[in-house]
Design a binder for this molecule. Structure first.
Ligand SMILES: [Ca+2]
Length: 116
């Protein structure tokens, strides 16, 4: 399954973003661009905020856990400047910019003869 969400980005205004519905919510995952492995179905955007440091290699920090950004109503972010202490909606705004930037970057390379 697939869907198109509304992203309220900080840098590009309101944009259409590709998402995948799953389990009553939506994953910030593009079903048309990027990875094609059977369990991936396209590139996704993750939040590393709550990563844990690998105890053996604390320099540089190595993210060892993350979660894919999800949203129940498929409208993402608040469009305001990112605030690290902001609301979950505001955190989504940063994810929208990352996800939309990935979409546009892959489109650029595709249009210029590169394949991904
Ligand atoms: Ca929402």
């Amino acid at each position: 399954m697939q869907s198109d969400g509304i992203g309220r980005s900080q840098y590009s205004g309101d944009v259409s973003i590709r998402t995948i519905p799953e389990g009553g919510t939506n994953r910030l995952q593009d079903y048309t661009r990027g990875a094609t492995a059977p369990d991936n179905h396209g590139n996704y955007t993750v939040d590393y905020q709550h990563y844990e440091l690998n105890p053996v290699e604390k320099r540089p920090p190595q993210p060892i856990s993350y979660y894919i950004v999800t949203d129940p109503d498929n409208t993402w972010g608040d469009g305001f400047i990112f605030n690290p202490n902001g609301s979950s909606e505001n955190r989504q705004t940063a994810a929208v910019d990352a996800h939309y930037g990935m979409m546009k970057t892959l489109d650029y390379y595709s249009e210029h003869g590169h394949r991904f």
